[in-house]
Ligand binder design. Structure first.
Ligand SMILES: *[C@@H]1O[C@H](CO)[C@@H](O)[C@H](O)[C@H]1NC(C)=O
Ligand SMILES: *[C@@H]1O[C@H](CO)[C@@H](O)[C@H](O)[C@H]1NC(C)=O
Length: 354
């Protein structure tokens, strides 16, 4: 009994430290509003403005998009065409699965085993966008984002990302000069982040997706906060929600949601938008569970100790609690895991198209 207590305390302690460590970055991310790097609305001339925009264009005029092959689904053709039509003077690069793999093999052979080893196609779609931006520079746009106005004003930064509500950074629209240090950091971090988590949804988010990007971005700005932000070329500016979509002066039209039908899909879509909140709440629930199991366990231990000492008969009806931690933990956990997996795989089918 003594030995099992020690083992339990060690495991619980390690889990607690691990969770607290994970939560510390996520909590910092939760309160990071990106205001220090936000692209102010006043910096951007209104569409069709007569104001001469004299700022230098740093990011090359290239638009990158990804899809598994050359056959773009009907529902995204209008979005794709809107970006092409507004930018006849931009180079347009469509990264299919085959082209992406050939590109990685030729330019970043060290990454090829990780790239082809990804279990979910969406992870390759995530990873390739970081590599092409680090390599060619330009603007990456998800296929379900249409363009509402020319991107030119956004070319006047070294790099930019898009802020999501309520918190964090998305990887569905990004811009960068070639070899930008932030994007070099991103591609160098992909191998280390290639880990499987219990649920595919979390695996994708944390290995290549928005959670991965947000954590590195948060570390990036914290590490460099002492530099003069006006002259530091590594600075990453942030496109705020108002400039992203919904207003006449916004840059994009989102075609998201068109393909989402049914309550299940809506629920998953909501989870996708609130991933960080879910991670934090999930961690808090996890900590509470550990605490509960811990206190139950120590109660059981003290009960059994008092029984060995010849404790009072009043304690014997409580013996039922003995079975509680072991008996409930396994089946409940597995039932939850199985149920969620089914829902997540539905989402993966849809996500693969994006
Ligand atoms: C800008 O001009 C184009 C072409 O003249 C027009 O189609 C578009 O609606 C204008 N945009 C705004 C926001 O006025
Ligand atoms: C692209 O993929 C879709 C869906 O998997 C398939 O129907 C289509 O035939 C493919 N197109 C080409 C050119 O291979």
């Amino acid at each position: 009994m003594r030995r099992s207590l020690v083992i339990f305390l060690v495991i619980a302690g390690a889990t607690l430290i691990f969770l607290l460590h994970a939560v510390s970055t996520l909590l910092a991310l939760l309160i990071e509003d990106a205001s220090g790097d936000a692209i102010a609305a006043a910096e951007i001339p209104s569409p069709n403005s007569t104001l001469p925009d004299t700022r230098p264009r740093l990011i090359p005029k290239i638009i990158h998009q990804t899809y598994k092959n050359e056959t773009i689904p009907e529902r995204w053709k209008a979005a794709q065409q809107s970006c092409i039509d507004l930018h006849p003077d931009y180079e347009y690069m469509m990264w299919t699965d085959a082209k992406s793999e050939a590109f990685i093999e030729k330019e970043y052979a060290w990454f090829l085993p990780t790239f082809t080893g990804y279990k979910h196609p969406i992870q390759r779609a995530d990873a390739i966008r970081y590599f092409v931006l680090a390599h060619h520079g330009g603007v990456y746009i998800d296929l379900d984002d249409g363009c509402k106005r020319r991107l030119d004003p956004l070319l006047s930064y070294n790099a930019w990302l898009r802020r999501t509500v309520p918190t964090g950074i998305s990887n569905d629209a990004m811009g960068s000069v070639p070899q930008h240090p932030f994007f070099l950091r991103i591609i160098q971090s992909l191998q280390g982040a290639d880990r499987a988590w219990v649920l595919p949804y979390i695996t994708i988010m944390a290995s290549t997706g928005p959670l991965f990007l947000s954590v590195i971005w948060k570390n990036w700005i914290d590490e460099h906060s002492h530099l003069d932000q006006d002259t530091w070329p590594g600075r990453v500016r942030v496109l705020m929600p108002d400039e992203y979509t919904k207003h006449p002066w916004s840059f994009f039209n989102t075609f998201k949601g068109d393909s989402w039908h049914g309550k299940d899909a809506q629920f998953i879509f909501w989870m996708g938008k609130n991933w960080l909140l879910l991670v934090v709440v999930g961690t808090a629930v996890g900590l509470t569970l550990i605490f509960l199991v811990w206190s139950l366990y120590s109660r059981v231990l003290s009960l059994s100790a008092s029984r060995r000492r010849g404790g009072s008969p009043r304690s014997s009806p409580r013996v039922g609690a003995y079975r509680f931690p072991g008996a409930s933990r396994v089946p409940l956990w597995m039932r939850w895991g199985g149920g969620l997996k089914k829902k997540y795989s539905y989402e993966l089918v849809e996500q693969h198209d994006a």
